[in-house]
Design a protein around this ligand. Structure first.
Ligand code: UFG
Length: 327
């Protein structure tokens, strides 16, 4: 298939691009390199451009005869979305809607979308199944849910199928240590704990120790980035016109913040300096996927089935690239 991957030079995007190429697809990466990294994608596949440049996207869809779009390009800092919702609605919704409509006009019939467990807000039932009510508690989640709804409406009206993949906590790095996580600023727990272990940060602050969880800290479902990437490849294979697919992508097993810290200590052999702090606004106590649907319908299963295995890959990446992509 000829595939356009927006945000393909980012963390999840770059791992997915590698797998799409390995599966024999023709891939065009469209990325403005604000959060993405040139070194994370093969030079020949990268087109540097911005989501707001709809005419540029339109040209690419036409000239490269694109058959499918995998749409990663988005903003993903929950805290920033609360203080600057305009930025999030503009990028995650308005620009995304323009892209979607150009897909329709250019006859693109397959669309895979990076959605999130944040669309569930504070879930009533954990583990979370796909039919859990979607009630986001921040603008980031609202923009992702709004776009899921637009996709459903398009699939109902036009010869178009989509798959929304609701990610849990993307983590880890390519097994060979050549691709990995590099955000600026970094807000995600595993890289922060590794940086605290190696002395790049003075400590890790645990955001809240009084949650209704076994050890009082938040529980999350950490899913290896290559397992997430494979879900996109499988989703593309399953899409037909009119398909309205939505899957949770998680392991079904949760780990607390303290368990993550302990695991990093075990894997690295280093002591992690820890400080206990207040809760971070908007953090649900526990987010764990019920991922039976994607297993049953797409034959997907995580290869990295323990936190330790995931952290080992993150540690390998960090040792090989202590400054990330170093740009
Ligand atoms: N945490 C800390 N200290 C830190 C960083 C994180 O205690 O320095 C805790 C958080 O409170 C949370 C857990 O570690 O309980 C995981 O935090 P991350 O920031 O790594 O991940 P989140 O679960 O907050 O975020 C993930 C994705 C986001 C997405 C969000 C949806 O990374 O992109 O889920 O809820 F928006």
């Amino acid at each position: 298939m000829r595939i356009l991957v927006t945000g393909g030079a980012g963390y999840i995007g770059s791992h997915t691009v590698r797998q799409l190429l390995a599966a024999g697809h023709e891939v065009t990466v469209y990325d403005n390199l604000e959060a993405g990294h040139r070194a994370a994608v093969p030079a020949g596949s990268l087109v540097v451009g911005d989501l707001r440049d709809v005419d540029h996207l339109d040209q690419l869809l036409l000239v490269n005869r694109i058959e499918a779009v995998v749409h990663f390009a988005a903003l993903a800092y929950v805290g920033e979305s609360v203080t600057n919702p305009a930025k999030y609605y503009t990028t995650n919704l308005i620009y995304a809607l323009h892209l979607l409509d150009r897909c329709r006009r250019n006859g693109v019939q397959k669309f895979v979308f990076s959605s999130t467990c944040a669309t569930y807000g504070v879930p009533q039932t954990v583990p979370i199944a796909e039919d859990e009510p979607q009630a986001p508690v921040n603008p980031y989640g609202n923009t992702k849910l709004a776009f899921e709804r637009a996709l459903a409406d398009y699939a109902g009206a036009y010869p178009f199928g989509y798959c929304a993949l609701r990610y849990f906590n993307a983590s880890g790095a390519a097994e060979d240590g050549s691709l990995g996580e590099h955000h600026d600023p970094e807000t995600h727990l595993i890289p922060i704990v590794i940086q605290a272990a190696t002395g790049k940060r003075p400590h890790v602050e645990v955001f809240g120790t009084d949650y209704p969880t076994p050890d009082g800290t938040c529980v999350r479902d950490y899913i290896h980035v290559d397992d997430l990437a494979r879900a996109h490849v499988l989703a593309l294979g399953a899409l037909t016109p009119g398909a309205k697919l939505a899957y949770n992508v998680g392991t079904g097993r949760g780990y607390s913040v303290l368990e993550v810290i302990r695991t990093v200590e075990e894997v690295t052999g280093l002591k992690v300096p820890v400080k206990h702090g207040p809760r971070r606004a908007g953090d649900p106590p526990a987010l764990v996927a019920k991922a039976d649907k994607i297993r049953a319908e797409l034959g997907w299963a995580p290869k990295f089935d323990s936190l330790r295995a995931i952290v080992e890959t993150a540690w390998r990446w960090h040792k090989a690239h202590p400054n990330g992509y170093g740009e």
